[in-house]
Design a protein around this ligand. Structure first.
Ligand code: DX5
Ligand code: ZN
Length: 221
């Protein structure tokens, strides 16, 4: 297990002051950039140009979370834009092994995401070929939703599976992460935590990041 990492999601940042909003979270371990196409999810946000703009104003590694249909087609441009990790949804990917190879050749880490109701079995064959498994803990599409408690068993099952396989990957969760929910998610085995509103709606974002990180570390698997 690695030390817990906190990745603020810029979806809940003030988009008109993005450079300032990035500076507010510079103690984070990475930045999470959501991409939504109004098709895979009922909302629209982000794109490779946003990733490039963000990278011009941060030294943190960026992970792109592509909530888009036909991820095979769109994901490579996020590797080319400079993302450290490019995460595609398994429900929107036709040839995930080929895509993983392509992203690795472009120098990016590879993430695969699951919607809350998608069983872990859908990604089991891929565990040796990816760097990050993203378990959604809300229905994707919007910030500020409530963590789905049933996802705790799924996180624990994923951690067991990763252990059994000896796979070298991190387990990220996304949605409804707060100081209340992060402890149980860390206990269950998650080690990378996306936090949107918990960080950006705090008066002191740096303090919110430290509090989340300490809470996760105290309950680490
Ligand atoms: C939701 C996005 C999340 C979102 C999380 O579909 O993938 O990254 O920004 O926001 P919070 O932490 O507020 O649930
Ligand atoms: Zn996300």
């Amino acid at each position: 297990m690695s030390l817990p990492a906190i990745h603020p999601s810029i979806l809940n940042a003030d988009q008109a002051h993005l450079a300032d909003e990035l500076a507010r979270v510079d103690s984070a371990d990475g930045l999470h950039v959501d991409v939504m196409d109004n098709h895979f999810v009922p909302n629209q946000f982000g794109g490779p140009a946003l990733v490039e703009a963000v990278l011009a104003h941060t030294s943190l590694p960026v992970d792109a979370h592509l909530m888009v249909t036909d991820a095979d087609r769109w994901a490579p441009q996020y590797a080319e834009a400079g993302c450290a990790i490019v995460t595609s949804h398994i429900e929107a990917t036709t040839a995930p092994f080929r895509l993983a190879g392509q992203l690795h050749r472009l120098g990016a880490g590879v993430g695969i995401a699951l919607r809350p109701a998608t069983p872990l079995a859908a990604v089991e064959p891929l565990l040796g070929d990816i760097d990050l498994l993203l378990l959604m803990t809300v229905e994707p599409g919007f910030g500020g939703q409530t963590f789905i408690p049933a996802m705790l068993d799924k996180i624990a099952a994923a951690r067991r599976l990763v252990g059994e396989r000896g796979a070298q990957l991190r387990i990220q969760i996304d949605g409804g992460v707060t100081e209340q929910t992060i402890a149980r998610a860390a206990e269950a085995g998650a080690d990378v935590f996306v936090a949107g509103s918990a960080v950006y709606r705090a008066d002191d974002a740096l303090a919110a990041i430290s509090a989340l990180r300490e809470c996760a570390a105290a309950h680490a698997h």
